[in-house]
Design a protein around this ligand. Structure first.
Ligand SMILES: *Cc1c(COP(=O)(O)O)cnc(C)c1O
Length: 374
């Protein structure tokens, strides 16, 4: 059997272990320490715009703490892009609120501004104005940020920007992860950079950052004994994980460049194959990190989606369907949904292809041969 080609696997830059070793040497083997502070300041410098970053145990935890700080409670409603990973929507349920799902548009595959506005108007009419809007930059592609922020302004509803897949992407030259009232990042094993597992909440002020850390460390009051006025969480990032993150920051831009090259590689291959579209940036305002390169296979293609998948499986090459929309998931089957069938169509036609920054030229040749043969 040929070696497995993964969709997106961890890609170490080489210096990560130095930071981890330093943590051991100085005995900072704890959910705080110099690497956590260092990783936060690395991210703040990278994102710019005076953002303040609090590192946490996961991206999902970051969304949870954004909702907590926006005061979302039992009985509230929160709008969420339906076409996403469950990490975007599950935290809405953690706070006892109800997710209201919204369809995507076909330029970026992200939340459709028209359907979003319809949803807001209808929920207001029904007497429950949504408390927040969770938008996602799926596969690294920035969403229609200007339109979304205009709607958020008009109705005065805060935006939680899920940039878990979009570290290194930009919209009109500004980094994704800096647009929301709160924004979140993920450093899970398959993301653009990894800390083995981890995430961050990007805040607009130092006070919000401190409040985030307070909630992430069991909401301990400033007292010599353990005093609690609020329910807290154990969500802080480990100093060991943060060490990996510090090393990964040194290669982030390089890895974004490599993922973009992988996307160009697929664009070239599929250019002459009828009925197959590679996801692309709608125009120059959008700059994707192309965390995952994805294709849509329609009825004019020389192969079906399952034929394509099977051929890749035979060559031990991983592919994966696009995210199954949340409004189609059994667990959310009773939740309201606004829009048409765009995200359902994308789910039916789409596949993610191996996209890692660590794909070798041998790997790329194997993939190309497999596609051409088919
Ligand atoms: C990965 C991911 C998350 C959650 O991040 P974790 O760190 O795995 O909790 C949230 N939203 C999206 C879109 C993601 O891809």
């Amino acid at each position: 059997m040929k070696s497995k080609i993964w969709l997106s696997s961890p890609h170490m830059g080489g210096t990560e272990q130095n930071y981890v070793k330093e943590a051991f040497d100085t005995n900072w083997v704890a959910p705080l320490g110099p690497n956590v502070n260092g990783f936060e300041s690395d991210l703040e410098k990278y994102l710019n715009q005076d953002m303040k970053v609090a590192c946490l145990s996961s991206g999902t935890a970051a969304i949870h703490l954004a909702l907590v700080q926006l005061g979302v409670k039992t009985g509230d409603e929160v709008i969420c892009q339906s076409f996403t990973f469950c990490g975007s929507s599950n935290p809405i349920a953690y706070v006892g609120a109800k997710p209201i799902f919204v369809d995507s548009e076909l330029d970026t595959w992200n939340i459709c501004p028209n359907a979003l506005e319809d949803a807001i108007k209808d929920r207001i009419k029904k007497g429950n104005k949504p408390k927040a809007i969770i938008i996602v930059h799926l596969y690294g592609m920035p969403s229609k940020i200007d339109d979304i922020l205009a709607i958020s302004n008009t109705y005065n509803i805060p935006v939680i920007e899920d940039a878990a897949e979009a570290l290194g992407s930009t919209y009109k030259g500004r980094k994704c992860g800096t647009f929301g009232d709160f924004s979140i990042l993920s450093f899970n094993g398959n993301k653009i950079i990894t800390t083995s597992g981890g995430g961050a909440l990007v805040c607009n002020t130092q006070e919000e950052k401190e409040r985030t850390i307070y909630f992430a460390t069991q909401a301990r009051e400033n007292q010599p004994h353990y005093e609690h006025k609020n329910i807290g969480y154990n969500y802080r990032m480990s100093n060991i994980s943060a060490g990996i993150g510090r090393g990964q920051m040194e290669v982030l831009d390089k890895h974004v460049g490599l993922r973009r090259q992988v996307n160009t590689f697929y664009t070239k291959i599929f250019k002459d194959i009828q009925g197959v579209e590679v996801q692309k940036e709608p125009n120059q305002d959008y700059h994707s990190n192309f965390w995952l390169s994805s294709i849509l296979i329609n009825q004019h293609a020389p192969f079906t989606k399952s034929e394509f998948q099977e051929a890749m499986v035979k060559e031990n090459i991983e592919t994966r369907p696009l995210w199954k929309p949340m409004h189609m998931q059994p667990v959310f089957k009773d939740n309201p949904y606004y829009g048409g069938n765009n995200c359902e169509t994308l789910f039916n036609k789409g596949l993610c292809l191996p996209s890692g920054s660590n794909l070798s030229s041998d790997d790329l040749s194997r993939i190309e041969e497999c596609i051409i043969k088919l």
